[in-house]
Design a protein around this ligand. Structure first.
Ligand code: 3PG
Length: 306
């Protein structure tokens, strides 16, 4: 089968080598489209692809329509909001993700952002310490749990909200359960967001929630920029001069936020939470194995568009 590795943000070389080796050993052909800048390049590349490995690359209905031989898309990573699940399902294309494979990298970045903000972007200004502070984790899944564990090791207390987990499961994961999003924000000196971008979560974090945070609090978003109501964030930061915002997902109004609030806001220029060699290898090789397995045995364990 012809497998297209389409990564606008390329994987580390070790991951690309590993992916290619796994696929070739199983008799598949590997075609690479890395660092492309134009959708037209992707549309042309998918023409004869039977499988695809992607990252945050957008697999829209147009891409699906341009790929008549496509049978499977594996998003090497967790979030699959970049794939049109309806269009792929209608075309009989299986979509999978590789949950957990890049979680540690994202969790380390979330902790790094907390320290970076606590130390005022590593300027000589007097900073603060995260030890002894309260961390709230919004969604205690693969990434959230890792953030919680690392935060505890650094001397923070941790509380978490997750509607899909019981109190016992949250406690077993080392956090105090919180039962409403309002209470979570009100309790958190640091709040780490780990919810997916869904119709129900898009723009769900805005002025009302952010201004519930305690004095001097920091909101850290390594999830998706879409979950933030950016007008609400701007208003909250304007009104509450003590609050800070750090994101791995540059807000659309970042230039304005930076101009107005200086080192109270920070965003990475490109999403890079999962951009470690380890995460690339874990997620990339898992994706390659899932494709090999799917063609060999029909295994759809990680399918997300059933
Ligand atoms: C994910 O959903 O797995 C992360 O956001 C990583 O995305 P990336 O592969 O585009 O870095």
């Amino acid at each position: 089968m012809k497998v297209l590795l389409a990564t606008e943000k390329p994987f580390a070389a070790a991951a690309v080598e590993g992916i290619s080796a796994i696929l070739r050993e199983a008799g598949h052909e590997v075609v690479k489209l890395e660092k492309y800048s134009d959708k037209a390049e992707l549309l042309a590349a998918v023409k004869d692809a039977e499988a695809m490995i992607i990252r945050s690359d957008k697999v829209t209905a147009e891409v699906i329509a341009a790929a008549p031989r496509l049978k499977i898309v594996v998003r090497a990573g967790a979030g699959y909001d970049n794939v049109d699940l309806e269009a792929s399902k209608a075309a009989g294309v299986v979509v999978m993700n590789t949950p957990g494979q890049n979680s540690n990298a994202v969790a380390e970045l979330a902790i790094g952002l907390m320290i970076y903000m606590a130390r005022t972007e590593f300027t000589p200004a007097t900073g603060s310490e995260i030890q002894g502070k309260r961390l709230g984790v919004q969604a205690y899944g693969n990434v959230g749990r890792l953030v919680g564990g690392k935060a505890k090791a650094l001397g923070m207390s941790v509380c978490a909200l997750d509607p899909f987990l019981t109190d016992e499961q949250i406690i077993a994961g080392g956090a105090d359960p919180v039962h409403s999003v309002e209470d979570l924000y009100a309790a958190s000196d640091y709040l780490s967001i780990h919810i997916p971008a869904l119709p129900s979560t898009i723009k769900s974090i805005g002025y009302d929630l952010i201004t519930r945070m305690p004095k001097g609090a920091t909101l850290v978003n390594t999830a998706r920029k879409e979950v933030i109501d950016e007008d609400g964030l701007l208003k909250a930061l304007e009104e509450r001069q003590d609050l800070k915002y750090a994101a791995d997902v540059m807000p659309d109004n970042y230039a304005l936020l930076k101009e107005k609030f200086g080192n109270r806001v920070f965003a990475t220029p490109k999403k890079m939470g999962a951009q470690t060699s380890e995460a690339n290898v874990n997620a990339g090789l898992a994706a390659a194995r899932q494709i090999v397995d799917y063609f060999a045995t029909g295994n759809t364990r990680f399918q997300v568009n059933k």
